[in-house]
Write a protein that binds this ligand. Structure first.
Ligand code: NI
Length: 225
């Protein structure tokens, strides 16, 4: 599933992030790329161990922990500390697939879900779409600042070349309790339908209770914790 998650950061938070990131040290983005993607990647990044990246990353993780849509879609087991990147005019990231396993210090993550949190106003740059491939073709994604795209880490994807301005973003991965995108999508769809039905007929309606039971029993079958 490819999902648009609104309002992860408020406008004031985005402005504060931008101001603090502007003063950060930026390095060649190939430092976090695997061998295959290093050839495809032309951007700048804040180093992974930067205290500023950790602090801002924790703000993002806190916001996501309270975001019902993210929890429902990602079913996160653990979330990789968010990283920050920037594409200036002429920069791009050609088609690649993200590394399956990543390290954060001694902790190993399997990347199931990829996230891009946009930190630039779309009017401030041309190009720079996140283009994700799935069975239905290519999806070009460019969201307002503070909004996030969530997509399966198994997807081929790219960042289109920037032709004007700059595109700033945070990017990171989640290891999900449910490895399969197909199963996560079913659970997310079922959860959404239960929430909408419950708003109409009440949480205590016996059919809502039965469907919620089915949701939890599917999760029990599929979750690895
Ligand atoms: Ni990628």
């Amino acid at each position: 599933m490819i999902l648009h998650i609104e309002g992860v950061l408020a406008a004031g938070q985005v402005a504060e992030f931008r101001e603090r990131l502007a003063a950060a040290e930026w390095v060649d983005g190939r430092v976090t790329a695997g061998e295959q993607s290093a050839r495809a990647k032309r951007n700048l990044q804040v180093p992974e161990d930067s205290p500023l990246a950790r602090e801002l990353g924790d703000t993002i993780l806190g916001a996501l922990g309270r975001h019902p849509q993210f929890i429902s879609a990602a079913l996160p087991q653990r979330v990789f500390p968010p990283l920050f990147n920037r594409y200036e005019a002429g920069m791009a990231f050609d088609t690649h697939v993200d590394n399956a396993i990543r390290f954060s210090g001694p902790v190993r993550f399997r990347t199931d879900v990829s996230c891009t949190l946009f930190l630039s106003d779309p009017a401030d740059y041309d190009g720079g779409e996140l283009v994700v491939d799935d069975a239905y073709g290519e999806h070009a994604i460019k969201l307002p600042a503070g909004h996030m795209a969530l997509y399966p880490a198994t997807s081929l994807h790219r960042v289109a070349p920037i032709t004007r301005g700059a595109r700033w973003a945070s990017f990171f991965w989640a290891q999900s309790m449910v490895r399969s995108d197909e199963k996560r999508t079913l659970l997310h769809d079922l959860d959404g339908a239960i929430q909408r039905l419950s708003a109409k007929v009440g949480q205590g309606d016996p059919d809502v209770v039965a469907l919620a039971g089915t949701y939890h029993n599917l999760l029990r079958q599929w979750a690895e914790v």
